[in-house]
Write a protein of this length. Sequence first.
Length: 401
Amino acid sequence: MVLHPSLIQKYGADAVRWYMYTVNQPGDSKRFDEKDLADIVRKVFNLLLNVENFYRTYAEARPSTPLRQGFVGQASSGNKKLFPERSRGGRNVLDRWILARLHKLIKDATDSLENYKITEPARDLGEFVNDLSTWWLRRSRDRFKEYPPSPPLKKGGNRGVEDKAAALAVLHDCLVTTAKLLAPFTPFLAEEVYLRLGGEQESVHLEEWPKAEKKFLDENLLKEMGQVRSVVSRALERRAEAGRNVRQALARMIVTLPEGKLDVAYLELLKDEVNVKEVEVKKGEYAVEIDVNLTPELVREGTIREIIRRVNAMRKNAKLTIQDRIELFIESGEEEIVKAIAEHQDALLSGTLAEDLRTSGEKPAVVESFRVNEFDLTVGITKSRGAGSLPASRQGGSAGK
């Protein structure tokens, strides 16, 4: 099979190599499709680089932690002084799960390569990158915001230094180990990720091959988390069928399982991911049902979540960083908006990295007007004092649906 050199120039040699490894078995005929090559770059390479960039953003924001000083530590085999056992994947079920995934990947990839199998470990690596990004990181994202900022936030949501340290350590371990596993398949991508993380060696290709540690291998945990993710998929399907946006909180979900029980940690995951107040587990044939009826209280909570999303989009457009704090301005003549703010002010402040909130007075330079759940409001942000000014006014804005 001969590919035009322009494809390597466009997508890179690593992407072409990865395509050859994963499209089918080495000895099989290959029907080339450039769309598949583009998908590899988007779904594997770009996804991995986005996760690595996310890590560096928050690791560099942590005081006195240059990347090469080893703070990043290894969650599974690193500095125990910096990261006691409880902070190294021992407490959070998501951390224990992703480390179990990682070490199973190491074991399976090692076994496959020693038996001259290439396609299977390459595909497994792609699936791991997807799991790391779309499940572990997405469900852990708020933990990275918990390190006490300067100046500190007002009330709400701070789980403390240890939880962020654990999340950073676990993510670093996953990224560095992934780079080592990728090295034989995608040498340039692996080197880029490894060096950007501040790897200990001059090159990833000078590192030793990772070894799976039995204490992290947990088939039951992997099976249970797989079940939880299946429940989430069904629940989100039910929400979509009912026309209920995920940001809209719902009262109750009923999960029927043959074993009739779920660990508390999984119940909390389900509540957060599906955005329901209560999860009831019954014994019986597998089924998932959701109460889609809305109360005024639930609507107000959903409204706050939408406001948080809008404000964070405004922060992004204003090129604010996670270190930047804002004063939040919300103006509305709607009684339900006033109630929503009173009920969920702490969540509103912590979710937008705001130090203060006002509902009257002069509008800030950066404002947007929109509609949420049939309520009209105007939202504005002002960068906190001492942090510089925001870009020019953005009066108005499009109405939301």
